[in-house]
Write a protein that binds this ligand. Structure first.
Ligand code: ADP
Ligand code: ZN
Length: 518
């Protein structure tokens, strides 16, 4: 009798139910279809190929990049009574011969192999004489040339498509961004309709994104709500982590710094204090992350803009591993956007890569400026989705919108009239008709847009410009000087003047509370 997927789940793994999309994926592959599986680490990808391999006739071939990972998986499977083995190049000759006998004799459910070994002519030929139930390519993002884990041998796995055209192919990864995903699908010839993406939601994390107005006051206010709890404050620079930690200690917090410039012993000591402490605030650069294994991190604050949505997701994801309510705050302002843009422009990466980095920054700004549910924007970036969550700042207090068509036209005209090379603060001053030396020096107190924006205050204009950047009507810093310029879409907007709804900037939290109290 052929066991059903659910029976295998219960008898082999001892679990009662599939999690998330596992059941759908397993059924899909048992039915003979290809699958692309995108799930965060720990989401349960292994079952998605192991169960179909056990259920289908033939042997499942699993391509995995690391010998150590393979050894762990094989040991765990054997323990559970599954006939699994790893084919690696340093097996002694007699074990190797015995393994091939098992393979050809049809007595294996799963064979793990590294791509370099698999792609040897002799290995491929011998596997060609074997009945395969499926081919699973784990850590499939290793085939992406843009990724950090690029492995040239992974790239050659596309040969399998032609060699085993009738065997279901699976690609599995936790690395989510859209270009990588598209590259994997096209390279392994897996259809968009065979993609399964889920498990990214962290419902216990509450997301809040605020304009960086007075960052120290905002941070202090945030930490007040987390007295006696541990959390992480991320900063961009080493110096800022030191300064912020010192300042927090002055405020009575048990705050520590962590960055790559500290010597190893000091770093490890701080990590230990954080790990075992009760109410420790770790003020860190992104160097702090690997190996944090603290279930009760109650908050993560970004007082500078993170590098991308993936980075934000990963960094905020260190909060609330225990499933209890946790808080994520991000502060961001125009300076952050200009700085990030400058990083990208001035790096010596090739142009296609720069374009991709810019797209990632744009996506992050889209999250920061959305009037909709933050969680929906975050999950949709990973191809996952949810209902409006009720557990983010925009759900709790939906931003008010106004017809910003005229304001956008004024702002764009002002960027244009001043030569598309000045930053946000300057443009806002010209719109408000501020008389200062710099504006006089450039003669911009005589342009037609000088003082045409007095109906809004400085704060609103800044919010308008940020939204125009997030909407890709305005570009920051293409030449590396922090200046704003008009994009082709911005030119279309000036010509067609479609209605544009913009969000009214929220009042700073501190002020809101005062208003509420009075
Ligand atoms: P990934 O490969 O996506 O990082 P794993 O496949 O290693 O994740 O699974 C992560 C953990 O979740 C493992 O301990 C696994 O046994 C467990 N797990 C997976 N699926 C289920 C399930 N349906 N029910 C309970 N536990 C599960
Ligand atoms: Zn929400």
């Amino acid at each position: 009798m052929i066991a059903t997927a659910l029976e295998i789940l219960k008898t082999v793994y001892g679990y009662d139910a599939f999690r998330g999309p596992q059941a759908r994926i397993v059924a899909h592959v048992i039915g003979g279809d290809n699958a692309f599986v995108l799930m965060p680490t720990g989401g349960g990808k292994s079952l998605c190929y192991q169960i179909p391999a056990i259920a289908r006739p033939g042997m499942g071939l699993v391509v995995s990049p690391l010998l150590a990972l393979m050894a762990d998986q094989v040991a765990a499977l054997r323990q559970a009574g599954v006939r699994a083995a790893a084919l690696n190049s340093d097996l002694p000759a007699d074990e190797r011969r015995a393994l091939w006998r098992d393979i050809h004799g049809g007595s294996l459910d799963l064979l793990y192999v590294a791509p370099e070994t698999l792609l040897r002519q002799a290995v491929l030929e011998r596997l060609g004489q074997t009945r395969l139930s499926l081919i699973a390519i784990d850590e499939a993002h290793c085939l992406s040339q843009w990724g950090h884990d690029f492995r040239p041998s992974y790239r050659q796995l596309d040969a399998l498509v032609g060699l085993f055209p009738d065997t279901p192919r699976m690609a599995l990864t936790a690395t989510a961004d859209e270009p990588t995903r598209a590259e994997i699908l096209s390279h392994l010839d897996i259809a968009e309709t065979d993609a399964f993406i889920a498990g990214f939601d962290r419902p216990n994390i509450r997301y809040t994104i605020e304009e960086k107005d007075n960052p120290r006051a905002q941070l202090k206010d945030f930490l007040k709500r987390h007295k006696g709890e541990s959390g992480i404050v991320y900063c961009l620079s080493k110096r800022k982590t030191e300064e912020t930690a010192a300042w927090l200690r002055d405020q009575g917090y048990d705050a520590l710094a962590y960055h790559a410039g500290m010597d190893r012993a000091a770093r490890e000591a701080n990590q230990m204090r954080f790990q075992h402490g009760e109410a420790v605030v770790m003020v860190a650069t992104i160097a702090f992350g690997m190996g944090i294994d603290k279930p009760d991190v109650r908050f993560v604050a970004h007082i500078d803009l993170p590098g991308s949505i993936e980075a934000y997701y990963q960094e905020t994801g260190r909060a609330g591993r225990d499933g209890l309510p946790s808080d994520a705050l991000m502060l961001y302002g125009y300076e952050d956007i200009a700085l990030r843009s400058r990083f990208i422009e001035q790096s010596d990466t090739p142009d296609p890569r720069k374009r991709m980095e810019r797209q990632k920054l744009d996506a992050l700004l889209g999250l920061a400026e959305t009037a909709g549910c933050r969680r929906q924007v975050l999950l949709s970036y990973f191809g996952d989705d949810c209902e409006p969550c009720g557990n983010c700042d925009t759900c709790a207090e939906p931003p008010r919108l106004f017809d910003g068509t005229i304001a956008a036209q004024k702002a764009l005209s002002c960027v244009y009239r001043t030569g598309e090379r000045f930053g946000q603060a300057y443009i806002v001053d010209v719109l408000l008709g501020v008389e200062n030396d710099r504006i006089a020096q450039f003669g911009h107190n005589r342009v037609s847009t000088f003082g045409i924006g007095t109906e809004h205050d400085n704060r609103t204009w800044r919010a308008i410009l940020r939204q125009l950047i997030a909407l890709r009507l305005v570009d920051v810093d293409l030449a590396g000087h922090g200046g704003l310029s008009i994009t082709p879409a911005g030119r279309d907007f000036l010509r067609d003047k479609p209605t544009l709804m913009l969000r009214v900037p929220a009042a700073p939290r501190a002020r809101r509370q005062k208003v509420a109290r009075s």
